[in-house]
Write a protein that binds this ligand. Structure first.
Ligand code: AMP
Ligand code: GLY
Length: 426
């Protein structure tokens, strides 16, 4: 099998590494990839945005499976494009089509889907510029804090959580009337606030059946103690110590199975990964959001713990042969810690020389590029050190040791990944 992965992050590196071990480096390609993906696959020089190049490369290299790493590629309609073209329609695009991708790209679509399927989620209503006054009344009927979500993709910035009613009303007007988040906020979902701890569960589906992958918890804020600005993710841990048998059973019964059945019932062209962003309230799981691709940095711990063949799961999905089950997982903990460029997620410098002594295979690259023999920073999140351990602390110690051995000017990382989970470890 020959596979092309679209993307350039540590998520794509983790997927490429796993696949290359299974089907051989010569059969795995990443477009555009980064300074690390070239060690386990071949980088090819285009992005998902250039559909014609994706097509030409699939023909030239006899690609059988295309994996879009990001929601942007799915929302741009890469699967729809491939399926509509007689020359590449048989390439198995392992993702939903654009319409089904609204499970992530439209909060209102996702909420409606969940309401129809009876999937537990925060109570909500959607508003547009025409109904902004009703939105103000709805806000006044709720207790603070107020949760306002731009409907569309807003690169993780479209959610506001506010304590003051007047501020919430003003922000609602600014989103709907003044297009605070552009077209993404022409519809706004207002939700009941749920107070609990968040984590994520992943499944792989062919649209009929699913295989549950290992779960993970990520750390989104730049500062220790979950403070400061949101980032693309500063670290992750798998397994999640509070995801016990009872919570797992409820999650499968109340969230995963109704979602997979709902995809079919609502005739969505869905296959690929499903990312359930969950919050646990009184030991019950509620869906905060769906993503239609793997998470980053969660993939950097989920895929290393997957103790079965990912390529075989994809082949089974292609042949409609998945059966509902939980994937075999390595019982060890996997943790990942991200080294980021100083200043990120605000302005930061690029092109800093990176030195790595003794990289482990699971040092996943994100914002790196090779220029001649030099490895340089090329993005905010630079390298994710994934390590294993019999305990979470052992894995974290190894991740930190690896991160500390890397140098580049301005390197920053959070030192408290996993600390909030200690209390759940028996
Ligand atoms: P989302 O983009 O929907 O995942 O929201 C971003 C973040 O906002 C989530 O990871 C939560 O931390 C928070 N959040 C979203 N919806 C709610 C809610 N209904 N109650 C509490 N926190 C929420
Ligand atoms: N870690 C969250 C995401 O991938 O969206």
């Amino acid at each position: 099998m020959r596979i092309l992965i679209l993307g350039s992050g540590a998520r794509e590196h983790a997927i490429a590494l796993k696949l290359s071990k299974e089907i051989g480096k010569e059969n795995v390609f990443v477009a555009p990839g980064n300074g690390g993906t070239q060690n386990c696959s071949s980088n090819v020089d285009f992005t998902f945005k250039d559909f014609d190049k994706v097509k030409a490369f699939c023909l030239q290299e006899q690609i059988e499976v295309l994996i879009p790493g990001s929601e942007e590629a799915i929302d741009a309609g890469i699967r729809d494009f491939m399926e509509a073209d007689s020359e590449v329609k048989d390439v198995f695009v392992f993702s939903p089509d654009k319409h089904a991708g609204q499970l992530e790209s439209s909060k209102a679509f996702a909420k409606e889907f969940m309401a129809k399927e009876g999937i537990p989620t925060a109570a909500y209503q959607s508003f547009t510029a025409e109904t902004v006054e009703e939105g103000h009344l709805f806000l006044a009927s709720l207790k603070p804090p107020y949760v306002l979500k731009a409907d569309g993709l807003a690169a993780g910035k479209g959610v506001l959580i506010l304590n003051d009613l007047q501020e919430a009303k003003d922000e609602l007007s600014s989103m709907l009337v003044d297009a605070k988040f552009g077209a993404a906020s022409s519809t706004v979902v207002i939700e009941e606030f749920l107070d609990g701890i968040e984590f994520s569960v992943f499944a792989l589906t062919d649209g009929d059946n699913y295989v549950l992958l290992p779960e993970a918890k990520d750390y989104k804020r730049i500062g220790e103690g979950d403070t400061g600005l949101n980032t693309g993710g500063m670290g992750a841990v798998s397994p999640v110590p509070f995801f016990d048998d009872e919570l797992k059973l409820k999650t499968i019964r109340d969230v995963v199975e109704p979602t997979i059945k709902g995809l079919k019932k609502q005739k969505l062209n869905y296959r690929g990964f499903v990312f359930f962003g969950l919050i646990v309230v009184n030991n019950d799981p509620f869906v905060i959001e769906y993503n239609v691709r793997m998470g980053d940095p969660e993939t950097e711990v989920v895929i290393p713990r997957l103790a079965e063949s990912l390529s075989q799961l994809i082949i089974d999905a292609k042949n409609g042969q998945l059966t509902n089950r939980i994937a075999a997982a390595n019982p060890a903990f996997a943790t990942t810690v991200f080294a980021v460029s100083g200043g990120y997620p605000e302005d930061y410098d690029k092109d800093k020389v990176i030195t790595i002594n003794d990289a482990s295979e699971t040092l996943f690259h994100a914002g790196t590029k090779m220029v001649g023999d030099a490895l340089l920073t090329s993005g905010g999140r630079v390298l994710a050190a994934t390590c294993y351990g019999a305990t979470m602390r052992e894995a974290l110690n190894a991740s930190y040791e690896e991160i500390e051995s890397i140098t580049f000017e301005g390197k920053y990382y959070r030192k408290d990944i996993g600390n909030d989970l200690e209390k759940f470890i028996k």
